[in-house]
Design a protein around this ligand. Sequence first.
Ligand code: ADP
Ligand code: PMV
Ligand code: MG
Length: 366
Amino acid sequence: METRARAPGKIILSGEHAVVHGATAVAASIDLYTDVLIRSSTSSGTDDGLVELQLKDMGLVFSWPVQRIKETLPELGTALSPSFFLSESMKSIATLVEEQNIPEAKIGLFGGVSAFLFLYTSIQGFKPATVVITSDLPMGSGLGSSAAFCVALSAALLAYSGEKIIHGKPSGIDNTVSTFGNMIMFRLGELTRITSNMPLRMLITNTKVGRNTKALVAGVSERASRHPDAMAAVFSAVDSISKELSSIIQSPASDELSITENEEKLEELMEMNQGLLQSMGVSHSSIEAVLRTTLKYKLASKLTGAGGGGCVLTLLPALLADAVVDKVIAELESCGFQCLVTAIGGKGLEISSSCNSSTCHPSGEI
Ligand SMILES: Nc1ncnc2c1ncn2[C@@H]1O[C@H](COP(=O)(O)OP(=O)(O)O)[C@@H](O)[C@H]1O
Ligand SMILES: C[C@@](O)(CCOP(=O)(O)O)CC(=O)O
Ligand SMILES: [Mg+2]
């Protein structure tokens, strides 16, 4: 039996980091996806064979004998809630991942491969299968590759536990937007869907500076515990920015004048959000270089995702000439950055199953 799922990446229009601390944030899906293909045998409960994980884009294959997983992680694959076992299973999962000798240059995959083993064993139990992953998303760049990976892989509620392994303390915004798509406002686990009433064109610039979401999120929490009152004020300012941004996006804007007015307000809010992210300590010289370049063209930008490198968003006003967009992109690319123009607010998680045996029942199975 073969099952496929795909889930999109995201941009955060406002509120990253502050959302971990209870502030509102606004995010939208983008049309870059992570695809998961699971090829499994329809005969259940066999201890023979391998669980194989193929990371196609990187040309890497990891595999474990089912029996080895069963003896190392006996607690997963039981009827009790798998998240109950998450902390005590982490050491055993680390042992199984260490045995794979991930190349040093790709050691960031440790979290992803660990999340895979946790989600796979929790959902499938001890069954052999081949899992093939392909992705359009740059990894570790702020476009939510970790959430798209977890959402597509588990296609259900266990995704949140997978993100905990990769992020440490996720707000849940990335999983939510990857699951539902479109555009959302998110606060403390609660989502409100947003329908945009204005065209929203965004340029995404990948600084290609690698960083780790878990470390950046932990750094903001440490700063918050050193300066609780000052940081509470920063998070509260971000909360107000996200609420205002979401109401502008939803407000009726029928003519060119009102669209331009709304765009100017959004630009100002993006600049304010960027300033607050800088005060949280998550900006980076590469991000500042992108901001300086886009400002030369009077365009407003902010980092998106965890920062520390990764991707930067630039609002492209509806009336901005294509020739100007081409010039900005050329200048950014000449600095070694990579530019993407992507549609915003597409579909969320999609799943499809097929099997060529008359005895298989694909409904609800992964
Ligand atoms: N396609 C994938 N295959 C394996 N692991 C992945 C994949 N996509 C993401 N990951 C895991 O997620 C990590 C990146 O997540 P993170 O630092 O949160 O950045 P982002 O979510 O912005 O891309 C990777 O280092 C890896 O552990
Ligand atoms: C920084 C944060 O707000 C978003 C992280 O996004 P990404 O992993 O950088 O794509 C963390 C979170 O919300 O869990
Ligand atoms: Mg992530």
